[in-house]
Every structure is written in structure tokens, then in C-alpha cells.
Write a protein that binds this ligand. Structure first.
Ligand SMILES: Nc1ncnc2c1ncn2[C@@H]1O[C@H](COP(=O)(O)OP(=O)(O)OP(=O)(O)O)[C@@H](O)[C@H]1O
Ligand SMILES: [Mg+2]
Length: 381
């Protein structure tokens, strides 16, 4: 029964963590999380008890960040020698326990048991009061190394569809800070943009975000619009992006982000924070070549893409240079969706300033909207 209980060990791969894992593996399911991409990695789970181990450069910041995302989790810190200064700071931010190993081995075991008991009480009352957990929004990024692949068209229709076909809270963020684009596809004219969050970025909450977001008329999808200004874009840095996305996760169930092709630190941060990256591409040789370069770049930058990077094939039609089978022969990544081409249909909607989706269970949709609906419905199941 104990084996069902999952513990997370976050820290440097050192003796301490190894000893700790050996000790705990007898009674718990232990998951080791390495330092380099710990924050994105741990967000793939729903951690309840996390042990941070000595050897991290700044455990206070790490634990603070962790609590931002998982305010209801329990955190323990394990180290090898007394450090009162650190102990005081860690207590202040809410760390529940400090254990010094090897001396306090027994204390560790009994404290963990107590924590589990306490958590089962918390879990029951949380389910009873709200039915679902907040702070666990998922971020889906739409990216391509090639301009004009269809990121904006698909990401906006995807977000609209999610909103229409579920009761989830959905936000689309246009991170093409320089040129924008999402507003046009959604038929929105905004005089507010992400930059208006700058004065409150350090204390960003749901209220701030809802004040700045625009609502798409039909689906009521919320959009955080791009400033569409290169100079303004310069005022937004990677810390801004990080804080924005973390705050959005606390208030929305799905956050859909549309990214520019250039991988600067901002785009990189957004990619790093994403739970899933949908790489949009067409079925031709140049698209594959660019994808290979992107994979190479991600590897070099240390971007963790395992089980996170998926392909969305766009503009599928009779005159494609390659078939899906050809693509599968060249790349290992899963093909999650295929969106057909409908140039006339899409053009007439854009010219009328109308979004691809208008209502639930719509009958008359253009082909690409149908494909996106199929994709989203299978995802929601
Ligand atoms: N499946 C499709 N059928 C027909 N036209 C499409 C399809 N997908 C995209 N388009 C058209 O292709 C063009 C580029 O699409 P979009 O703006 O979404 O690309 P993007 O990847 O966001 O480009 P950028 O890199 O400039 O941001 C648009 O005119 C769009 O209407
Ligand atoms: Mg675009």
C-alpha cells in the first residue's frame, strides 16, 4: 500500500540523494528529478510531497517557485549539516520539514508518515469543496521554425474549439510581440495588450489578467493580445514571460501560446514552460529540413522535448510534395493532427473578419476547423 505513495526527490545527483533514494525506495515510489530542468519536469506530475536535497544552488528560490505552482504540496528539505540561516529562510516560505542525514534517519521516516496522513485529509476536503484543483493549467505552445506554417490560424482555432467544446477556462496568448496576428484571426480589435501587465508583473493575479484580456465574441475565448510593436516588445524580458505564464497556470485550465519563429530567450522560456509543443509544418522537403535544424537547436540549448514535442501537419491536400508516410520515415516525432488545406474557405472568413468557430456542435465549418475539432475532441476524452 505504501508503494502507491509517490515521493519526488529534487536535487543534484550526489551521494546524499542516492542514499536517500535507497532508503525511501523500500516504502515509497521514488521519482528523481534532476536540477537542470526540474521545474518543467515536475510539472508533468501532480506532486504532493517533494523533498529538495542539499546541493542546489538556491534552494530558497527553488522552493518558492515550487510553491507558486503547487501551493498545496508539502515540501521537505534534506541536508547534511546545520544551517540556521537557511533554516530560517526556508521556514519563512513554508517548508514543512528539515532533516539532517544520516543522524535523523528515523525522524525522516516518521515525519513522512505523518505528512501522508495529513495529506489524505487535505485531499478529501479539497475534492469535497471544489471538485477540481487550481494552479494546474496546461500550456500548449504552437511553434514552427518556418514562417507562415499556420501557427496563428491553428492555435486560435484550437483555443476557440477547446473553449466551445469544454467547460474549461481557456486563454490564448499572442507572443508574436512584434507583429501579432491572433487578433485578426479572431476578429478582435484590441487597444490593450500584454505590456499593460508590466506595472503589476511582480504581483500578477487572475484579476489583472482578466482586466487586460479581450473576449472573442462567439466562443468567449480570452486573448492576451500582442503589443505589435518592436520597441514595446523590447520591454518584455524572459522573467516577464515566466511570471506571466506561471500566473496564467494558476487561473486557467488551458493556456495556448502562439510563438514567433525566432528562438530568443523569451521564446525559449515559453517553450521551456510548455507542457506540450505543437510543431506546425507542411508536407515538403524544406519543412523537414527546417525541423531537423530546430531539433538540433533545441538539443544544443538543452531544451527538454521528450514526450513534449509533437507534429501538426498543415495544408494537407492532393498536391503535397510528400505524404504522411514519407514524413514518418524521416522523423521520429508523433504526428498528432492533420489539418487539410482550404484556401478559399479560410480566405473568405478572414476577409469577413470572422473566426473559424462560432458555436458549439457547429455543422457548417470549413475543413480545417473540422479537423481541429476532431483533434480537440479526441484530446478531451
Ligand atoms: N489549412 C490551411 N488552409 C488554407 N490556408 C491556410 C491553412 N493554414 C494556414 N493557411 C494560410 O496560410 C497563411 C499563414 O498562416 P498563419 O498566419 O497561421 O501562419 P503563421 O505560422 O502564424 O505565420 P507567421 O510565421 O508569419 O506568424 C495565412 O494566410 C493562412 O490563412
Ligand atoms: Mg503567426
Amino acid at each position: 500500500m505504501m508503494k502507491d505513495m509517490q515521493l519526488f526527490l529534487v536535487g543534484e545527483d550526489n551521494e546524499l540523494r542516492k542514499d536517500l533514494a535507497d532508503l525511501l525506495q523500500m516504502s515509497y515510489k521514488v521519482l528523481m528529478i534532476d536540477l537542470e530542468s526540474w521545474s518543467s519536469e515536475i510539472r508533468r506530475y501532480d506532486p504532493e510531497i517533494v523533498i529538495f536535497t542539499e546541493g542546489s544552488i538556491n534552494p530558497v528560490e527553488m522552493i518558492k517557485d515550487f510553491y507558486q505552482d503547487f501551493p498545496n504540496a508539502s515540501v521537505m528539505y534534506v541536508h547534511t549539516q546545520e544551517d540556521f540561516q537557511l533554516l530560517r529562510e526556508l521556514t519563512r516560505i513554508g517548508t514543512e520539514d528539515f532533516i539532517i542525514l544520516p543522524d535523523e534517519k528515523e525522524l525522516l521516516e516518521s515525519r513522512l508518515e505523518q505528512l501522508w496522513q495529513k495529506r489524505s485529509v487535505v485531499r478529501e476536503s479539497a475534492v469535497a469543496s471544489t471538485g477540481f484543483k487550481r494552479g494546474r493549467g496546461q500550456i500548449f505552445a504552437f511553434y514552427s521554425g518556418k514562417g507562415g506554417a499556420g501557427k496563428t490560424l491553428i492555435s486560435t482555432a484550437f483555443a476557440q474549439t477547446l473553449k466551445l467544446e469544454s467547460t474549461a477556462q481557456v486563454l490564448h496568448i499572442d507572443l508574436n510581440l512584434q507583429f501579432g496576428g491572433a487578433e485578426m484571426y479572431l476578429g478582435i480589435e484590441s487597444n490593450r495588450s500584454i505590456i499593460d501587465l508590466k506595472p503589476v508583473i511582480n504581483e500578477l493575479n487572475e484579476h489583472h489578467i482578466r482586466n487586460i484580456s479581450e473576449k472573442e465574441n462567439y466562443s468567449k475565448l480570452e486573448l492576451l493580445a500582442s503589443p505589435m510593436d518592436a520597441e514595446v516588445a523590447e520591454k518584455i524580458d524572459e522573467e516577464f514571460i515566466l511570471r506571466l505564464l506561471r500566473a496564467c497556470k494558476r487561473s486557467y485550465d488551458f493556456i495556448i501560446i502562439d510563438l514567433p519563429t525566432t528562438v530568443d530567450v523569451k521564446t525559449f522560456t515559453a517553450l521551456e514552460e510548455s507542457d506540450r509543443i505543437y510543431y506546425v509544418m507542411t508536407l515538403d522537403t524544406p519543412a523537414i529540413r527546417v525541423l531537423k535544424n530546430v531539433e538540433e537547436l533545441f538539443k544544443r540549448l538543452g531544451l527538454y522535448t521528450h514526450e513534449r514535442l509533437e507534429l501538426v501537419v498543415n495544408q494537407v491536400g492532393r498536391d503535397n510534395e510528400l505524404t504522411k508516410k514519407d514524413l514518418e520515415r524521416f522523423v521520429q516525432l508523433p504526428i498528432t493532427a492533420e489539418i487539410r488545406r482550404d484556401i478559399k474557405g479560410i480566405q473568405s472568413m478572414i476577409n469577413k473578419g470572422e473566426p473559424l468557430r462560432k458555436e458549439m456542435k457547429e455543422k457548417k465549418m470549413v475543413g480545417p476547423a473540422k479537423d481541429i475539432q476532431k483533434w480537440v475532441s479526441s484530446m478531451l476524452k
